[in-house]
Design a protein around this ligand. Structure first.
Ligand SMILES: Nc1ncnc2c1ncn2[C@@H]1O[C@H](COP(=O)(O)OP(=O)(O)OP(=O)(O)O)[C@@H](O)[C@H]1O
Length: 297
């Protein structure tokens, strides 16, 4: 659906935000996972035709199967694209219905009856029908994000890009939002950029882990997790002993449980007494990839 090859971008301050990024993104949900500053937004904005890459290519399969050069044929891409940026501002005094209608006009839906039908359909799809007359300024974070998805879906895009949409949402709103994305992902390609590992675990059949402008791993989460099988160990340790474990073991992560550190260690065999072997998860994969990159630097 979308083929990205050797995409590079260096900002004027010398930061390599995209360092030879290559990815194949199929239909369905694709998770782009990485810490702050990994380069996710730079990649999203480049694909959304809002900023230029220095080199490389990105090719989107058009509706009739013809390839679209994302970096050059921007108008054609924009016709196929829905984008929910990281900072999605709304006009606080306008109702959801009026603003969506306004966006629909900008998208070229000039026939009034058809526009009404589309706007009403989208408000229902994102579960904002009952709130359609309310001013956007009074919306919760989750409602605002669902409105953002409605505007991104105007014009039936084949590719939908959502940049860190669940940051700041409470668990219920997050679930509701992710369920909505999953429904959309059944019809089109959705790139979900996030630093929240569970968003990808719960939702994405394919993914990539990115950091410092580079793709560290791409594929199916289940395959990446299977690679770590029987090699991840857990132990609760004292705060005092933690630095010693970090020096002598491959500690993937440390988490406080009831105020006491619990470490996950990567090892082919039991590191020492008291370690329990656990089923690895995507978080273990993620931290291992970041660690491998640090070691290689
Ligand atoms: N316009 C810019 N000028 C200079 N540096 C930039 C610019 N935009 C981003 N950067 C830098 O490029 C790197 C990648 O940033 P980017 O926003 O793409 O990452 P991200 O993965 O989306 O992170 P975040 O979750 O913090 O937005 C960071 O080091 C950032 O400081």
């Amino acid at each position: 659906m979308l083929a990205i090859r050797d995409l590079c971008k260096t900002y004027a301050n010398g930061v390599h935000a995209l360092d030879h990024v290559s990815l194949d993104i199929p239909r369905g949900m694709f998770g782009l996972l990485g810490p702050n500053g990994a380069g996710k937004s730079s990649l999203m904005r480049t694909l959304a035709t809002l900023q230029e890459a220095d080199s490389g290519s990105a090719t989107l399969e058009g509706a009739d199967g013809t390839p679209i050069d994302v970096l050059r044929d921007k108008d054609a891409v924009r016709r196929q694209l829905g984008y929910l940026p990281q900072d999605f501002g709304v006009y606080p005094k306008v109702s959801a219905e009026d603003l969506l209608e306004h966006f629909a006009v900008l998208k070229g839906l000039t026939a009034r009856a058809q526009r009404r039908e589309v706007v009403d359909g989208l408000l229902k799809q994102v579960n904002l029908w009952d709130a359609r007359k309310r001013k956007l300024g009074g919306f919760s974070g989750g409602m605002r994000q669902r409105f953002g998805i409605a505007q991104a879906l105007l014009g039936n895009p084949r590719l939908v890009i959502v940049d860190e949409p669940t940051a700041g949402l409470d668990p219920e709103e997050r679930n509701r939002f992710l369920n909505l994305l999953a429904d959309i992902g059944e019809q089109v390609a959705v790139i979900l950029s996030t630093h929240i590992v569970e968003d990808v675990t719960d939702l994405c059949p394919t993914m990539a882990i990115m950091n410092r402008g580079r793709v560290l791993l791409t594929g199916r989460p289940a395959d990446a997790i299977a690679e770590l099988r029987e090699q991840v160990w857990r132990k609760q340790v004292s705060k005092e002993a933690l630095p010693g474990y970090e020096a002598s073991h491959t500690v993937l992560s440390t988490r406080l449980v009831g105020g006491q550190p619990v470490i996950h260690v990567f090892s082919g065999q039991r590191p020492e007494e008291g370690f329990e072997r656990i089923d690895p998860d995507l978080e273990d994969v993620y931290f291992r990839q970041l660690r491998l990159q640090r070691q290689a630097a």
